[in-house]
Ligand binder design. Structure first.
Ligand code: ZN
Length: 244
């Protein structure tokens, strides 16, 4: 698990560099902010702790100086988005597991020699083959719920940004909006592949053909991209709620 978290941290850092440009740390809560977040007067409100920071020019170097603390802020209240995020984040790994299971069983069903193979002709494996259409439908449902909920999660994040952060143009929010759109679009593509039967047939198995193999690889690739995107989204969102 720590490996995955380290990988997500690595990707997050690389992405942040691209979107944020030059960064500094809030002197109070140590949240990483972009110089580009400051307005024309060089002022920025930390979205996490609510202090008003001025990027003062000290011998040619911008230095964050804390001036004030926003009193009338709603950040700690009305946390709709952080609660909703758990639906897409929690469901996607199960959709990915279901997809991998379907692919592995398909591989076994096609690759095992059909003659006198004990595993292929065992009652258990035959029962599993019977259950494959249902497993395919459940996987599709989990993926559909994850992608569907991500739409509500995205909208709630947008509303929270307007309400809790006053719609201020933070780079961290921009990054989260980009990634949410990426998650949704890639998710729709994966859903389309699955729902139209291009990956798994009516028997719940991948067709034993080059096309079937290619479609499965594309499908698993899309799900993996979604997994990476949502891990980074959760990572960045966690910073916004808990700080470093
Ligand atoms: Zn702060």
């Amino acid at each position: 698990m720590s490996e995955i978290s380290r990988l997500a941290d690595k990707i997050t850092t690389a992405l942040k560099k691209r979107v944020y440009g030059k960064t500094f740390y809030c002197p109070v809560c140590h949240l990483e902010l972009a110089y580009a977040d400051a307005d024309a007067d060089g002022l920025v409100v930390c979205p996490l702790c609510g202090v008003v920071i001025e990027l003062a020019d000290v011998w040619g170097h911008p230095l964050p100086v804390v001036h004030d603390v926003e009193i009338n802020r709603v950040q700690p209240k009305a946390r709709m988005h952080p609660v909703l995020t758990h639906a897409p984040v929690g469901l996607l790994p199960f959709a990915l597991l279901g997809a991998l299971f379907l692919a592995v069983v398909s591989l076994l069903a096609h690759l095992l020699p059909s003659g006198e193979n004990a595993l292929l002709h065992s009652n258990e494996f035959q029962a599993l083959l019977q259950a494959m259409p249902a497993i395919s439908q459940i996987t599709l449902l989990l993926l559909g719920l994850s992608v569907g909920f991500s739409l509500f999660t995205g909208i709630s994040g947008y509303v929270d940004w307007l309400r809790r952060y006053g719609g201020r143009p933070y780079k961290v929010i921009q990054l989260k909006i980009y990634l949410t759109i990426a998650f949704f679009v890639v998710g729709l593509a994966a859903l389309l592949l699955h729902a139209t039967g291009m990956v798994f047939g009516a028997d719940g198995l991948v067709a034993a053909s080059l096309n079937g193999t290619l479609m499965t690889l594309v499908y698993l690739g899309l799900l993996s991209v979604q997994m990476g995107v949502i891990a980074v989204l959760g990572h960045v969102g966690g910073y916004l709620v808990f700080g470093r």
